[in-house]
Ligand binder design. Structure first.
Ligand code: ADP
Ligand code: MG
Length: 377
């Protein structure tokens, strides 16, 4: 089985593209111990990790985070359920193929197992050699550059014994990332780091997701990382109890994909729209649109409800997934109704120029909006 031929890089990731996940778990249960001592630590885990996402996993100690990471990393054998990594069903791989899959994963675990007899650079070089893709000169350049990026440029010839705990941890991170793996699994990677190094490491992670489309699944409780996460997965007692997308463009993409008119847009067009939409909130009874005013924005309800009033009379109510404001934008006429929030409202708002762009870009989007327009008027 051909595992992990290096594919071309995919910069400029498109958050609305339905990309095949780099890792996927489905129906995963896991038990430790045997006989009477057997106990379950993972329950029906389902998780998809697409390219370019920085996914942070949190949860109390003992909730099963490390166990899940080691299963996805093929460091532990699956017992029940299915895990696919880089397009391969792990249960179907023989040991040699598993080794090849693991080489395309960057592991950053607490027990970093650096080789004491080797310098920082030589430790990193070992990972590059195992991948077998680089000449000696390329390995040197990559290894040194990665150590440098992690603030260890002046420590490349030091042995682990001569480094602090935080520095050793950064060597381990450099080693895990030197091959630019498609998937990174990290277990509390910044726990031993001072604030400056943490900032450095976090910036590096973020750059990899944006520049290379690397997917990173990371256990951490560090707020500096959570702030940059695209997604937050929370585990309690062996179960994923919440899985929330934090990145605005990603959230809007997820949402737009289910709205009929927007289904007509290609992933590229959808991304263009999603990246230009702004989230806005309104209080109950707040007027979102005033009758008679010029209209410059399209509103898509993500949460809550509005009532449409014409001449002081309610004519309709709209809820999540429905939009309003298109009429004035399509016709150039003033707003023909009041729109009032009936409960706390969250809307994604698209400005006129971006709306016109989307109309210009997609015939089907234009048709969809016209259809809504005729249904309403
Ligand atoms: P977390 O990383 O969220 O702290 P772990 O995956 O390490 O959780 O552990 C989940 C549960 O499995 C805990 O109850 C832990 O004590 C137990 N456990 C972890 N590793 C082993 C092991 N090798 N043998 C037996 N039990 C284990
Ligand atoms: Mg753990």
């Amino acid at each position: 089985m051909a595992v992990g031929r290096e594919k071309p890089r995919t910069p400029d990731l498109n958050p609305c593209e339905l990309e095949a996940p780099l890792a996927r778990a489905e129906g995963v249960n896991f038990f430790y111990g045997v006989g009477d001592a057997r106990f379950q630590v993972l329950f029906d885990i389902a998780l998809d990790i697409p390219p370019g996402q920085l996914v942070v996993m949190t949860g109390p100690s003992g909730s099963g985070k490390t166990t899940l990471l080691t299963l996805i990393g093929a460091l532990r054998s699956l017992q029940q359920g299915r895990i696919d990594v880089l397009g391969h069903d792990l249960a179907r791989l023989d040991p040699a193929a598993l080794v090849r899959v693991r080489r395309h994963i960057g592991f950053i675990f607490q027990m970093h197992n650096l080789f004491d007899a080797l310098s920082a650079y030589e430790n990193v070089k070992m990972a590059l050699q195992l991948a077998g893709r680089h000449s000696a000169a390329e390995m040197r350049a990559r290894g040194v550059a990665m150590l440098d990026r992690l603030g260890l440029g002046h420590r490349i010839d030091h042995k682990p014994r001569a480094l602090s705990g935080g520095q050793r941890q950064r060597v381990a991170i450099a080693r895990a990332l030197a091959n630019r793996p498609k998937l990174v699994l990290a277990d509390e990677p910044t726990a031993a780091l001072d604030p400056d190094s943490t900032r450095n490491v976090v910036r590096l992670f973020k750059e990899l997701t944006v520049e290379d489309g690397t997917a990173i699944l990371m256990v951490t409780h560090d707020h500096r990382i959570i702030e940059l996460a695209d997604r937050l997965v929370h585990m309690v007692d062996g179960r994923i109890v919440s899985d929330v997308i934090l990145n605005d463009a990603l959230r809007i993409c997820e949402f737009l994909k289910d709205v009929d008119a927007f289904k007509a847009l290609t992933p590229n067009e959808l991304t263009h729209v999603a990246e230009r939409m702004r989230r806005r909130h309104y209080m109950p009874d707040e007027v979102v649109i005033h009758e008679g005013e010029a209209g410059h924005e399209l509103f898509l309800i993500s949460e809550g409800e509005v009532r449409i009033e014409r001449g002081g009379r309610e004519v309709a109510r709209l809820g999540a997934g429905e939009f309003f404001g298109e009429l004035a934008l399509l016709s150039g006429n003033p707003r023909n109704a009041n729109v009032v929030a009936t409960q706390p409202l969250e809307a994604y708002v698209l400005g006129e120029a971006d709306f016109q762009d989307a109309l210009g870009a997609s015939v089907s989007f234009r048709e969809q909006l016209r259809r809504v327009y005729f249904l309403r008027h």
